[in-house]
Design a binder for this molecule. Sequence first.
Ligand code: RAM
Length: 336
Amino acid sequence: MKRSQFLASLLALPAAILLPGCEKTDPAAPASSGKKLTVAFMPKSKGNSYFIACEKGAREAAQELGVELLFDGPTNTDPAKQNEIVENWITLGVDVMAVACENREGISGALKKAQDKGIKVVTYDSDTTPDARAFFVNQATPQGIAEALMDEAARLCAEEGEFAIITATLTAANMNEWRKHIESRLAAKYPKMKLVDTKPCDDQKDKAQAEATNLMSAYPALKCIMAICSPAVPGAAEAIKQAGKTGAVKLTGLGLPSENRAYLKEGVTQSVILWRVADLGYLAIQAAVASGNATLKPGAKTFKAGRLGELEIEETSIILGKPFIFNKENVDQFDF
Ligand code: RAM
């Protein structure tokens, strides 16, 4: 039997057979009802170390809360595949979904369909349209992330000269939100700096390396690359190193300490900015479960998220905290 036939046969089974103990739980039933919630957790892509770190925190929260966690997503960024998985989870009858959305609008229809079926939906890391989910679990405010990136790039360029951005995709919700605020900060504070180009790398390190190489060729006066998706930081670092431009072209961006440690110590990468990624996954599941059992309702201003304590809610965004900067002096303090 072909894999596709096997999967199709699985989906034909009643959900209760596929997910023991997960017959459609009334999402309004408080956790105390004893019914085990089934929470489905989706990354933008399973092949990305950033989401592997998210999953670690998600599993910690699922175990702490005694819920069934399903983890599935595209291997590489693929909006259509994300929609397909949401449809499968609707068929399976999960209770809650927590999704990092690749395409803000593209996934909203499938998520609204899930909500119409009584499935609670939260997003994390990268949002959809607000009407397609109850809450967005945000690593930090878009303004906070963008200002940290732009101010760091300006510091590295002594506030003048050309810089370029490498982003994940041109449709990624979080990327485009951050780019909007980066350009606002640039216009407001750094008149002698110029953003010469923005190139996508599909959240792929190798593509980021190629784009960084092309950027350095196309812009000989380039002073800095700002890599705003985590695979792009080591990708751009390798390009700068191989081009013999270590220190000549500065590099900062949103990256994992583990993926950038060597480049930081060699002086190829000057800094990376991020948040505790496992905490983002942990918070996503805490919020998903609380939304699923109706202990977290729209209109709440704060949310008690287990070991993270009480967090602020801005409208319907639950904010993990502020980004922080890793450099060669402090990178060894972090293990993710
Ligand atoms: C990549 C993804 C993710 C983003 C990080 C910074 O891993 O694009 O959505 O939050 O970079």
